[in-house]
Design a protein around this ligand. Sequence first.
Ligand SMILES: [Fe+2]
Ligand SMILES: [Fe+2]
Length: 203
Amino acid sequence: MSWEESTRQKMLHLKLPTDPRWVGIAEMQIEDILVDHAYCEQKAASSCISLILRFNELDELVDTLTPIVAEEWGHFERVMDQIRKRGMNFGKPRKDEYVIKLNEFVKKGGSRREHLTEHLLMNALIEARSCERFKLLSKNIADEELQKFYYELMISEAGHYVTFIELARKYYDADKVNKRWQEWLDYEAQVLKNMDLRGDRMH
Ligand SMILES: [Fe+2]
Ligand SMILES: [Fe+2]
């Protein structure tokens, strides 16, 4: 089985495996990766807070996402610990081209539930891709502490991925969610294909 085939099977239905060269160049720029990663965790927490505030009438959504906010902020803290203990600088956030591109795919208009579906699926996708990248880092980088760190985060983000998909299926027609999920997966593969390979970004 080729590297692409085996990776594809294991990676949460993503349609394009990360270029295997990414992990090598990311390891060489690990300070940039950690800083970018810290902001990814911040954005994950912020996006859950936004969903809670915008859909405050949906009890299960509020109760499910509230602990995830705490978890994501816990991840932010853990990334910051890694940055501080290595004497690295917590720089400014970079332009997040990946998220900007994904946002362009969010359907405008439509019902409130459709809007919710779009955001839940976009979050699920970011979790899935992060999970795939954490796995690559945990398996391939030399720093043993970071191997363990990324392994633990990979497990956590995989759980979030499942939660977002389940919430989407709960609050909107499951068949339509599944169909739209495939469109999101196709779109994300195209986005990634058209982005330059760079080692200073998590995505
Ligand atoms: Fe996280
Ligand atoms: Fe997450």
